[in-house]
Design a protein around this ligand. Structure first.
Ligand code: NAD
Length: 430
């Protein structure tokens, strides 16, 4: 039995459920469908003993939550972070179900995590931890069961170790067991930049509906990791002025626009962006409050909340991270006229190219980077257009008047329509 209290104690899980419930109310969704989506199908908790470099054994807690697989195999990333817990992972897993449904992918939703600060471990300790975690999960994952991918604190290398450990456990190589792995062992062209690129495609569309364009936009990006860094590169390439970025070490600002190539070189040499010479240092909080066209939070959840929502000046918020804007602050900002492009739409590019990677692995036939980028662009633009069209449905006329166009609500309704149909067809609800 999954302990509901443990899940609802996590703010992210509560916010995802509030979003589910308000969209269900608007579309008068089938009660049995919603009842089934409120709790994940399976939640796995494991302890992971690791022999540390000083010969001590340290035990870490690991989680994998499989939320729903009505539309296809479970799919979602693995997070290494000290604050990971079951509730947060369950909220993120549910978001994956709704994201995959919205994007039209044949995939369900899952998420995993280990409570660990990867920066405090040596490479061999992280490898041992990853291999043991994969062994513990191996009865539950597989290329047609549940397919992990990188998230905060994990990367291509983590996926390569997972793939290798799974092959040792099962006795044969299955390239589609994980996505986001190196190209040499079945990874896809374009996966590294996919979430950032997809995010920029939704910015293009959001700017268009605000009667402007990306080459005239100013952008601030929180987080300079897998999502934020590539969003910077892709936005800059399309002519946007990226005026501020941040990472865990702090934030930097240059109103004339940052030189992204030079900044990446600096980060590669110094690990963090702190003290970058060609910009002025600001705090992470100040970055969120800058007067820019687009603010893209690409780090962790809950960073835009009831404390700072009154100071947000951006015209568009493009959620690169999962759950960066709390339910309350998202509603408040909508009412103020800020266009919030929600996570399940804005950061969908990562799972779209993960899906492409999986298709290529299963078919043993690989695509060029151009093919990947073109298909990604079509899905991201197409999904934004679908949500925008739905926002003009009479169902939303009164709500739009009262609250402004709430793209989180509208995206959830679109996602739920598909899930509801599929669940009824499969006899999971009636
Ligand atoms: P990452 O670990 O590669 O990068 C995270 C970045 O955030 C780093 O630059 C880190 O320094 C920075 N950061 C951490 N704490 C911070 C703080 N308090 N203030 C400012 N910056 C801080 O992680 P990622 O893969 O880029 O994921 C970021 C977010 O995007 C997460 O919410 C994740 O779930 C979501 N996401 C990731 C993917 C993907 O493909 N990686 C796909 C969809 C969504």
């Amino acid at each position: 039995m999954i302990i509901e209290d443990e899940l609802t104690s996590a703010p992210l899980y509560r916010d995802v459920m509030r979003s589910l419930e308000s969209s269900a109310r608007i579309m008068n969704a089938n009660k049995n469908v919603i009842e089934r989506l409120r709790l994940p199908r399976r939640a796995i908790r494991v302890s992971i003993p690791v022999r540390m470099d000083d010969d001590r054994i340290q035990i870490f807690s690991g989680f994998r939550v499989q939320h729903n697989h009505t539309l296809g195999p479970f799919k979602g990333g693995i997070r290494y972070h000290p604050q990971v817990n079951m509730g947060e992972v369950a909220g993120l897993a549910a978001l994956m179900t709704f994201k995959n449904s919205l994007l039209g992918l044949p995939l369900g939703g899952a998420k995993g995590g280990v409570q660990v600060d990867p920066a405090a471990l040596s490479k061999s300790e992280i490898e041992s931890l990853t291999r043991r975690f994969t062994s513990e999960l191996s009865p539950f994952i597989g290329s047609d069961k549940d397919i992990p991918a990188p998230d905060v604190g994990t990367n291509e290398e983590t996926m390569a170790w997972m793939l290798d450990t799974y092959a040792l456990e099962t006795g044969y190589s299955q390239m589609g067991i994980v996505t986001g792995k190196p190209i040499e062992i079945g990874g896809s062209q374009g996966r590294l930049s996919s979430t950032g690129l997809g995010l920029v495609h939704t910015m293009e569309k959001a700017l268009e509906v605000k009667d402007t364009s990306i080459d005239r936009a100013t952008i601030a990006i929180q987080g300079f990791g897998k999502v934020g860094l590539h969003a910077c590169i892709e936005a800059h390439a399309l002519g946007a002025r990226v005026v501020a970025v941040s990472d865990i070490s702090g934030a930097i600002y240059n109103p004339r626009g940052l030189n992204i190539t030079d900044l990446i070189r600096y980060k590669d040499e110094n690990r963090f962006i702190k003290d970058y010479p060609n910009a002025e240092p600001i705090t992470n909080g100040e970055l969120l409050e800058l007067d820019v066209d687009v603010l893209a939070p690409c780090a962790l959840d809950g960073v835009i909340n009831e404390k700072n929502m009154h100071s947000i000046q951006a015209k568009i918020i493009a959620e690169g991270a999962n759950g960066p804007t709390t339910f309350e602050s998202s509603r408040y900002l909508n009412q103020k006229g800020v266009l919030v492009v929600p996570d399940i739409l804005a950061n969908g590019g990562g799972v779209v190219v993960s899906y492409f990677e999986w298709v290529q692995d299963v078919g043993w036939l690989f695509w060029t980077e151009k093919e990947v980028r073109t298909r990604l662009r079509n899905i991201m633009h197409g999904t934004f257009d679908k949500v925008w069209r739905l926002s003009e449905d009479p169902l939303f006329t009164d709500i739009n008047k009262k609250n402004g166009k709430d793209l989180r609500l509208i995206s959830m309704v679109s996602s739920l329509h598909r899930l509801e149909k599929a669940m009824k067809l499969r006899g999971q609800a009636w």
